[in-house]
Design a protein around this ligand. Structure first.
Ligand code: SAH
Length: 274
């Protein structure tokens, strides 16, 4: 890491509204630092993989924050029930709107009202598919609240009432929203300033510029009879950049005709503007 930002921000502000159990598991609030609030039935699943490597180090260094909101604590009765059978019958259980509503009210208390500043998202296979542009948009907000569903999902009135943005990790069905939340937080956090050591690597990688990335190689120079492409060993930066651009275009064209069409259209309008 080349970043030399001080570890302590010197602006810790412990909010007196936190319940004791939350004080034990969540770090105190760092004013102005991007924060993910995650509503989940499985708080032990967090930070999960986000606690490792670059995102984990950044979390420790206070470059982003995580607040787990335990849906179970908002449950009803002795057993803290959060779900009930689906209206109209059918298999499975549905998360109750009153329980989820109270958890959302708690999460959004004190967060900016403007959703551009603080998106409120439900992880859902019915949502708009998550992509790099969404990660970029979220990284520019002050934080985000994510709702992880379980069972058959949440009562639809909650989504309507709060005007919740539904976002999907892809066209498949997971058992719960937690893995999707971690994937999306990872993609967003690595775009925050100072999280990755090398800001250039963000600009060049897949999806950043509408192309998939060129192939990567490292030593040894020859492995099982396969050499590294000669141009990469030439030390000629101009030629290397040209080769990488060509490879990125070739791979995008072969693997993602949809991206290739969009890329070419964007190039055309750019040329027309000049
Ligand atoms: N009955 C629902 C699926 C429920 S899956 C349906 O058919 O649409 C249980 C939970 O897993 C969901 O509430 C959601 O939070 C999460 N989930 C499942 N697939 C997902 C995906 N592709 N992207 C994001 N979250 C997903």
């Amino acid at each position: 890491m080349t970043d030399s930002a001080p570890k302590s921000h010197g602006r810790l502000a412990v909010r007196p509204t936190l319940k004791p159990s939350e004080l034990m598991t969540n770090t105190p609030d760092l004013a102005g630092v991007w924060k993910a609030k995650v509503i989940t039935l499985f708080p032990e699943a967090f930070p999960g993989v986000l606690g490792e490597s670059l995102t984990g180090k950044a979390l420790q260094d206070g470059k982003w924050q995580l607040e787990k909101i335990r849906l179970r604590e908002f449950g009803e009765g002795k057993h803290r029930n959060v779900d009930d059978t689906p209206a109209g019958g059918g298999a499975g259980m549905v998360i109750r709107p009153d329980v989820m509503g109270n958890a959302i009210d708690f999460a959004m208390n004190g967060a900016p009202q403007d959703r551009a500043q603080w998106p409120l998202v439900y992880l859902s296979p019915r949502g708009k598919r998550f992509d790099q542009a969404t990660a970029k948009r979220w990284s520019k907000a002050r934080g985000i609240t994510m709702i992880c569903g379980r069972f058959e999902g949440v009562d639809d009135r909650v989504l309507f009432h709060y005007g919740i943005e539904e976002v999907s990790l892809g066209d498949f069905v997971l058992t719960g929203g937690e893995i999707a939340a971690q994937a999306m937080i990872d993609a967003t956090v690595r775009l925050l300033p100072g999280v990755l050591g090398n800001a250039e690597s963000i600009e060049e990688e897949s999806h950043a510029n509408g192309l998939l990335e060129h192939p990567q190689f490292t030593r040894p120079a020859e492995w099982r009879g396969l050499p590294i492409p000669e141009v990469l060993m030439s030390g000629h930066h101009g030629k290397i950049a040209e080769w990488r651009q060509k490879m990125a275009e070739k791979i995008t064209q072969e693997r993602r005709p949809d991206m290739w069409d969009a890329y070419q259209a964007a190039q055309k309008t750019q040329k027309a503007k000049k």
